[in-house]
Design a protein around this ligand. Structure first.
Ligand code: SF4
Length: 366
């Protein structure tokens, strides 16, 4: 499996490149994974700790909301201590955008059409320009302008695109082009349609997301389906999976999504079967424990397989760099197709992880 050619995807949309801190977004830059903190921003310690946890889970850009003056007052400490670029999420109050930019924000998420006039837009744009930080326009299907809802009846993809174009024009009027855009609806179809429509009209990089996607189960599915369609069509320069759950999981899901389309490498891939009536070991336990152990070993760009039985198991286990196929209360461990060990079920997890550590040590020494 590890030697398979990647699936043919549509060529990536040509976008201009912006810099969020030191992280390039758009153009030929790798598609990045983002998340957003869920702490009270005024609690610097909790927020910074959460950012570190996200970064360890693969987060490359983090968004932090700056909803109040008090949050603005401590935002510089968060930016200073963050290991990854921080995007300030601002709604309506342009003064908070100015504060956040001075505090070290690497990007401002603000909708310029909603901040109360072109003078304020100019103030934000001047500040962002002088600091060299981009602005992310974030259109959300749930908070579209009233006149657009009146015109289109509801938050249609066309209404979302018109809203985005208005915000873009507001910035372009001030000769500001350091922009990225998100167009999020809470359902997959509208989101996909909106991004497709806007892709025909502008070359700014896209931040992809399905907003309010849901709990980890449903949210992962909706995000993967929606963003998977767009990514396969070559759309998307940075992604955020929104889950009612841990931000670390958002990052892991985001990376797995990109890896499954061969758009990013890194990390490991673990193939495991769903098990069925043929299984004769406790496959759920074995697979979960192996996966947890592999996270610690952290061998990048490698494929493991954990299979329940000898029907399909040996084939997959052999295709992987390291694999196991279950038998009657035992498991066969294969390395690059060669059977290397036969162990009892109770020894399977430690034996597999021992082999995985050996493979990593040999790769590191090579
Ligand atoms: Fe069932 Fe074996 Fe296939 Fe797993 S590998 S799903 S146990 S037949």
């Amino acid at each position: 499996m590890s030697d398979q050619e990647p699936l043919p995807l549509a060529p990536r949309r040509k976008t201009r490149q912006i810099l969020v801190g030191k992280v390039p977004v758009g153009g030929d830059a790798p598609i990045t994974v983002q998340s957003m903190t869920k702490t009270d921003t005024r609690d610097v310690e909790a927020t910074v700790n959460q950012i570190y946890a996200y970064a360890n889970a693969g987060c490359e850009i983090v968004r932090v909301s700056v909803p109040t003056k008090k949050a603005g007052e401590v935002f510089d400490q968060i930016c200073d201590r963050s290991p990854i670029p921080v995007v300030a999420d601002i709604h309506f109050d342009y003064r908070l955008a100015l504060v956040a930019a001075d505090a070290g924000a690497a990007c401002l998420r603000i909708n310029p059409g909603n901040i109360g006039g072109q003078d304020r837009v100019r103030a934000v744009v001047d500040k962002a320009g002088s600091k060299g930080i981009p602005i992310r326009i974030g259109v959300n299907g749930g908070s579209l302008e009233k006149d657009l809802l009146d015109k289109f009846g509801t938050a249609t993809p066309e209404a979302m695109v018109e809203s985005a174009l208005r915000h873009i024009e507001t910035l372009e009027r001030e000769s500001f082009y350091d922009i990225k855009i998100s167009l999020k609806a809470s359902d997959v179809i509208r989101t996909v349609q909106a991004y497709r429509l806007l892709a025909k009209q502008v070359d700014y990089p896209f931040h992809l997301g399905i907003t309010e996607a849901g709990t980890p189960f449903g949210g992962t599915i909706r995000s993967s389906v929606g963003m998977g369609i767009l990514l396969a069509e070559g759309l998307g320069d940075t992604i955020r999976v929104s889950l009612t759950g841990d931000g670390e999981d958002e990052c892991r899901v985001g990376h797995e999504m990109l890896r499954s389309l061969a758009l990013r490498s890194g990390g490991f891939r673990m193939v495991s079967c769903p098990s069925c009536g043929r299984v004769q070991i406790d496959l759920n336990r074995v697979a979960n424990e192996i996966e947890e152990g592999l996270k610690q070993i952290n061998h990048e760009n490698i494929t493991y397989a954990v299979m329940g039985c000898v029907v399909n198991g040996p084939g997959e286990a052999k295709d992987a760099d390291l694999g196991v196929a279950g038998g009657a209360g035992e498991g066969l461990i294969y390395r690059k197709g060669e059977l290397i060990r036969k162990v009892k079920e109770e020894d399977l997890v430690p034996a597999f992880l021992e082999e995985a550590r050996k493979v990593k040590a040999e790769a590191d020494a090579a």
